[in-house]
Design a protein around this ligand. Structure first.
Ligand SMILES: Nc1ncnc2c1ncn2[C@@H]1O[C@H](COP(=O)(O)OP(=O)(O)OP(=O)(O)O)[C@@H](O)[C@H]1O
Length: 374
């Protein structure tokens, strides 16, 4: 028999903090100093483990020195950064390694860093984390001395600019990734950005060869891209994160943009990370080259230390790095497939990592729509 008791009269309820094991509670717990697990995450599996106190002085920047825990003037720095995309319950998917793994990066002011790596290496994810678009523990990333996720002023002020992806959106009943468009001139978009130096705006429109009267519903992909880039560069950024935004540009547009960006670094001391798969004409552009594979930073070298750059053989070099990495990956995969652990894995869907609004992005391990099937 169930016994119901009368609830206390209104006003006599006691208020207490509800216990929660949700993602925010776990994230909060993760910033408390604690022992990280061997998976590079906190004990609940939240993505990032570094804290300001635990910063490593062991950076990949040659010659870099500095006491642990201080950012010693580096414009951009990560310390043993790891990140996993959360599943439907806010936790990383069990058995799936982090997308960004134990990365220690340090870049000085004025650096132009090429970010290279095979598809799926984690370049976009890393740039998004650096751009403050994914939450990581406060001490894990420092850009201009602040945490990009927590210090929203960094991006809002334009000091940190992230430029990536396509300019599109999902529209109900129309489709996914619909190009951003509307029957208004490019000028209206560009002039609507407040607090911009008119001379800089004019210079950018000249560099990007933008006709202010382009109607945004009739532009080509490359023209739309030029307007997108212009908007992203209007404020004199101090740190710029570029995720392959030159794909649609013609050769001249790309060359002029890269020259403009080089001048921004040399004259204003801006710092840029540029992820790309297009290497023509890039040999003399970078000051640093970073190579990512499988979520790890395999190299971060000064351009001066890479002789192939001076010999205009960047493409050849990248192809070699990619082939070596592919061979290592294949060998590792072969070993893993034959392992005891792999044979013991149930051949069924065991987890789902959630759904974007209106679109399933779950990761079911077979063709079934089952979420859990044991
Ligand atoms: N929203 C997401 N949820 C779960 N996993 C993701 C998500 N976005 C990316 N990933 C995974 O993270 C890994 C790295 O992806 P990322 O886009 O960062 O790679 P990339 O180096 O930029 O690749 P590319 O050169 O193809 O652009 C991939 O294995 C990808 O499947």
């Amino acid at each position: 028999m169930t016994v119901y008791t009368r609830p206390p009269p209104l006003g006599q309820h006691t208020t207490s903090v509800l216990e929660t094991a949700g993602p925010f509670a776990r994230q909060q717990a993760s910033v408390q100093p604690e022992k990280p697990t061997d998976r590079g995450m906190d004990k609940e599996g939240v993505a990032c483990k570094a804290s300001a106190e635990s910063l490593s002085t062991d950076t990949l920047e040659p010659g870099a020195k500095g006491p642990g825990g201080s950012w010693d003037g580096a414009v951009l720095r990560t310390a043993d950064l790891s990140f996993s995309y959360p599943g439907i319950d806010g936790r990383p998917l069990p058995g799936v390694p982090p997308v960004v793994r134990n990365m220690s990066i340090k870049l000085p002011q004025g650096a132009r860093c090429l970010l290279i790596g095979p598809n799926g290496a984690g370049k976009t994810t890393l740039l998004k984390v650096l751009g403050g678009k994914h939450m990581v523990a406060e001490g894990a990333v420092r850009v201009l001395g602040a945490s990009p996720f927590h210090d929203t002023n960094l991006a809002a002020s334009g000091r940190l600019s992230y430029l990536g992806g396509n300019w599109d959106r999902d529209i109900a009943f129309a489709g996914y990734s619909i190009p951003l468009q509307g029957d208004f001139p490019a000028r209206r978009m560009i002039e609507s950005v407040a607090g911009v130096d008119p001379a800089r705006r004019a210079r950018l429109m000249e560099v990007l060869d933008i006709d202010p009267e382009w109607r945004m519903h009739r532009v080509s992909d490359g023209q739309r891209r030029r307007v997108q880039i212009c908007l992203g560069l209007l404020h004199p950024f101090q740190v710029l994160l570029l995720d392959e935004i030159t794909v649609d540009l013609d050769v001249l547009g790309r060359a002029d943009l890269l020259n403009f960006l080089r001048a921004e670094c040399e004259q204003r001391g801006a710092t840029i990370i540029y992820a790309t798969h297009i290497f023509d004409g890039l040999e003399r552009w970078p000051t640093h080259v970073a190579f990512l594979a499988g979520g790890r930073l395999e190299r971060l070298q000064r351009a001066d230390d890479i002789p192939e750059l001076a010999q205009d053989r960047l493409l050849e070099l990248v192809e070699r790095w990619l082939r070596e990495e592919l061979a290592r990956r294949k060998a590792a995969r072969g070993k893993a497939d034959g392992s005891e652990e792999a044979r013991a894995k149930p051949d069924v869907a065991t987890w789902s990592n959630g759904w974007a609004p209106g679109r399933m992005t779950s990761t079911l391990r077979d063709a079934s729509n089952a979420v859990m099937r044991m």
